[in-house]
Ligand binder design. Structure first.
Ligand code: SF4
Length: 333
């Protein structure tokens, strides 16, 4: 099977319909035991020190693993991806493009996906058939998400991990479905946790995944992973077709639509506070100003860079934040 690398969530249905095995290069990078080697490859090839680690990691993962064909998302995701794919193209890697439209309208999304289907020479019927199949798997994720925020049986990290893997279905759709079905059965049998504080994680997936375990030491747990949940298309059942599905996806579009979904989830999940993760050297860090202004619950912004572990200063800030929230919660009892 031909392999194709992706730099973020794209209409994966199109690639699978075209016969590709899809590999999310972000996941290859961040789950590698020796992830630093990917950053070193990028910096040795001239990527600047003061550039987002995800971009360098994607580059290193692509080169190191001999990926010869990729889809670069050059609209709606990351302003650095265009330059990244130019370098990859110069290195001989075949680059296809996908661009989420700047203005979110169903016509614009349709036009972008139609172009993408033309690139890969697949029909709408073929794509819809794959979408139906993938939505069966997305249903398992909805069960895991409910087991997280209703039953309190799934850790924030597990919720993050299973959702983030939905961008490429872990490279094997059938195998991933089997794994999720088994997981759902196993998770149902667990006892619920009794953590006091219910947290939301907002922002791009963290480099520092130890964040999830760290907050649990302070009687808190994450019951909502915002962007990761979007990767799993939780509202797929409301979409009549692939165009509506990718129209109803918050991450690449304007912040207002994103905030609307976040606010709904904060209410539904009875969330006490938000930790907003931003990546060093990422333009999305500016959104923190709007998030803090528009949400009416406490928000702590933390920043990660190259390390996959929280630094001492960030740990101290999180601890102080959670202590304050627990005191506040006890006072209002
Ligand atoms: S964290 Fe920001 S700069 Fe880095 S790849 Fe994602 S969107 Fe781009």
């Amino acid at each position: 099977m031909k392999k194709i690398g992706i730099t973020t969530t794209v209409p994966v249905e199109v690639l699978i319909a075209a016969g590709y095995k899809v590999i999310d290069l972000n996941n290859v990078f961040v789950t590698a035991e020796d992830y630093q080697k990917y950053l070193d490859i990028a910096e040795k090839d001239g990527f600047p020190k003061n550039l987002c680690a995800w971009i360098k990691g994607i580059y290193g993962a692509c080169i190191y693993n001999g990926i010869s064909e990729i889809v670069g998302v050059v609209g709606g995701d990351c302003s650095n991806t265009k330059a990244l794919v130019d370098v990859l193209s110069m290195k001989g890697i075949k680059v296809h493009f996908f661009a989420y439209p700047h203005e979110r309208s169903i016509e614009n999304v349709k036009s972008a996906i139609d172009d993408f289907m033309k690139t890969f020479n697949v029909s709408l019927d073929e794509v819809e058939e794959i979408r139906k199949r993938l939505n069966e798997i997305r249903l398992q994720l909805i069960k895991i998400d409910k087991l997280t925020y209703i039953d309190n049986k799934v850790s924030g990290f597990e919720n993050h991990l299973y959702q983030v893997s939905m961008s490429d279905f872990n490279g094997d759709v059938d195998k991933y479905e089997r794994l999720l079905i088994e997981k759902v059965d196993e998770l149902k049998k667990r006892n619920p946790n009794d953590k006091k504080l219910r947290l939301a994680y907002l922002g791009v997936p963290p480099m520092t995944a130890d964040l999830y375990e760290f907050v649990e030491k302070f009687d808190a747990h994450f019951v909502y992973n915002e962007v990761q949940r979007e990767f799993a298309f939780p509202r797929f059942a409301e979409a009549e077709n692939i165009y509506e599905q990718y129209y109803d996806y918050t991450y690449p579009y304007d912040i207002d639509f994103r905030l609307q979904i976040i606010k709904d989830q904060i209410n539904e999940r009875k969330i006490d506070a938000v930790i907003h993760y931003t990546q060093a050297f990422c333009h999305r860090a500016i959104e923190d100003i709007i998030i803090k202004e528009k949400l009416n619950i406490p928000v702590l912004n933390i920043e990660g860079d190259k390390s996959t572990n929280l630094d001492a200063r960030t740990k101290l800030r999180i601890e102080a934040f959670l202590d304050m929230l627990i005191d506040m919660k006890e006072m209002t009892k």
